[in-house]
Design a protein around this ligand. Structure first.
Ligand SMILES: [Zn+2]
Length: 77
């Protein structure tokens, strides 16, 4: 009976270890994709994956739309 408890504890420990090694990166991926960036033109927050990126004065900026990117680059270039 004691052996069974030890085996169960080992299995549980292995599952926790396995999840911490291989489970968490998979859980972190969606949050990375949903990282929010602020549009410097209108101040709106957009997911980085959907943002329009434009280099203005050598610095990369993320915009909510092409229109904002064009407005911002027109203002600062
Ligand atoms: Zn915008």
């Amino acid at each position: 009976m004691v052996r069974l408890i030890i085996i169960l504890a080992l299995v549980a420990g292995f599952i926790v270890l396995y999840r911490s090694l291989f489970g968490s990166p998979r859980l972190h991926d969606p949050s990375d994709a949903a990282e929010m960036v602020q549009d410097p033109n209108c101040g709106v927050y957009v997911p980085k994956s959907q943002a329009v990126t434009r280099s203005v004065r050598g610095k990369g900026h993320c915009f909510c739309s092409e229109r904002c990117a064009n407005e911002f680059s027109a203002k600062y270039s």
